[in-house]
Design a protein around this ligand. Structure first.
Ligand code: MV4
Length: 448
């Protein structure tokens, strides 16, 4: 087992990883920027190293500095968390070459899945259902248009280096195609330094349903059911839940089997997520794979009674992972509490937390690095807390969420708490009958 893990991250996920390490008896090293010296991950780690100024590119993304901090403290592994270096294949490779275990997949696995056209090709070759579309990337506009006509409009043009909604263009009819194609390629080139795009049939009103998977170094792969992440705004998830209101056990078994097939196709090691689109006829299609622990992992932990971060560390240490053939128990939601003003287009609202009350009680979990008098720096992601609620069924969990959000007081900054309380009064949300367009159409009751 590892003796000391350096956590190359900040905020709630750094704290989450420190908690798992403590329970496993592993020492921890926090790294922090000058803006984060008063952060809780620094307080609770066994050691802490300042790695540079506030700007991420000069601190949390600075590979040579992080490697130096690892060597100086004698850590034998690095946990990247999510974001920052978590899906950086070169970083995984540098760790490997330095004799430091990267707690995540190999560079090759990250590269295969980071190239979305390559990922899709690999899935299709392994009989994981994919969305009908071009065979790989298309670079000629005439050929691309001919392909789009064959697929049938509407189609979607996606950047192969993109993902998470970046560099996508919907094309509703042939006359719009050429401009959309040229623009999509130029945007992809500007954003990713790679203009490759591919084309797919547009799936109308899909749900975003993702399957949690884990693989060890001995060829064992398992899944932990699904999370429904359809409640998103501009590709930012706001509420996630498990199980999905759209799945029964039969569909869960089939999607789980497809996700395990996907993981086995690349002999995946570590925790990961297979994202699917689910259409209204309950057909599911592979969309992309996230090769990291995700923000929303706690909802899965609650209903599968598993500590996924501990499992991820054990798998990285070479242990055999064994997941009993389990089923979800009860229902869990996660609400992302962001320092944003929901009444002003979710504009960031950093600043000092003047007063703070966390909710509590049975089935209420808070993953957060904030405390009273803490100042939220403006340099990083606006998420300041995750409220996770668990109860025996979906309706009970909704009641618990309302109760817990009502007790959650953060003064000094604007947060998404009132927004969540509005969503919890929405009939479509309550009935579970929503898709990825839910928030575009969402209008809070009692507001005009
Ligand atoms: C799609 C789609 C419809 N049809 N692909 C958005 C994020 C990126 N991972 C892929 N995305 C989509 N791909 C086809 N063929 C609709 C989306 C999409 C979406 C997906 C999941 C969650 C929210 C979304 C919001 C808008 C569009």
């Amino acid at each position: 087992m590892f003796k000391k893990i350096l956590i190359a991250n900040r905020g709630e996920i750094a704290l989450r990883i420190i908690r798992a390490c403590k329970e496993l008896g592993i020492k921890t090293v926090a790294v922090y920027s000058e803006a984060d010296k008063n952060s809780l991950h620094v307080t609770f780690a066994d050691e802490a190293v300042c790695i540079g100024p506030a700007e991420s590119r000069n601190s949390y993304l600075k590979v040579p500095t992080i490697m130096s901090a690892t060597m100086v403290t004698g850590a034998d592994a690095i946990h990247p968390g999510y974001g920052f270096l978590a899906e950086n294949a070169n970083f995984s490779e540098i760790c490997h070459e330095s004799g430091i275990k990267f707690i995540g997949p190999t560079a090759e696995m990250i590269r295969t899945m980071g190239d979305k056209a390559m990922a899709k090709y690999t899935m299709k070759a392994n009989n994981v259902p994919v969305i009908p579309g071009s065979e790989g990337i298309v670079d000629d506009v005439v050929e691309a248009k001919r392909l789009a006509e064959g697929i049938g409009f509407p189609v979607i043009i996606k950047a192969s280096a993109g993902g998470g909604g970046k560099g996508m263009r919907v094309v509703r009819e042939g006359s719009e195609f050429e401009l959309a194609f040229v623009t999509a390629r130029a945007e992809a080139e500007a954003a990713f330094g790679n203009g490759d795009v591919y084309i797919e049939k547009l799936v109308l009103n899909p749900r975003h349903v993702e399957i949690q998977v884990i693989g060890d170094q001995h060829g064992n792969h398992y899944h932990f059911g699904e999370r429904d992440c359809s409640v998103q705004r501009r590709h930012q998830k706001l509420i996630e839940e498990s199980p999905s209101p759209a799945l029964d056990q039969e569909l869960r078994d089939r999607m789980g089997a497809a996700a395990v097939k996907a993981a086995k196709a690349i002999n995946y090691e570590s925790v990961g997520t297979i994202e699917f689109l689910l259409d209204k006829d309950k057909n599911f299609y592979f969309m992309e794979m996230n090769t990291r622990i995700q923000v929303e992992h706690p909802v899965t932990e609650m209903v599968y009674e598993t500590d996924l971060v501990k499992q991820q560390i054990l798998a990285a240490a070479g242990e055999v992972i064994d997941v009993p053939n389990n089923r979800p128990k009860g229902h869990a939601f996660e609400f992302r509490i962001n320092a944003e003003d929901p009444d002003n287009n979710f504009r960031p609202s950093p600043g000092r937390i003047e007063s703070l009350n966390f909710p509590g009680g049975l089935g209420v979990r808070i993953d957060s690095h904030i405390y009273q008098s803490y100042s939220i720096p403006p340099y990083y992601d606006s998420m300041v807390a995750k409220l996770i609620v668990w109860d025996k069924d979906r309706n009970s969990a909704i009641q618990k969420a309302k109760r817990a959000l009502g007790e959650f007081i953060i003064e000094g900054i604007k947060t998404t708490i009132p927004f969540h309380l509005d969503v919890l009064e929405d009939e479509r949300f309550i009935s579970g009958d929503f898709d990825t367009s839910f928030l575009e159409n969402f209008k809070p009751r009692n507001k005009n």
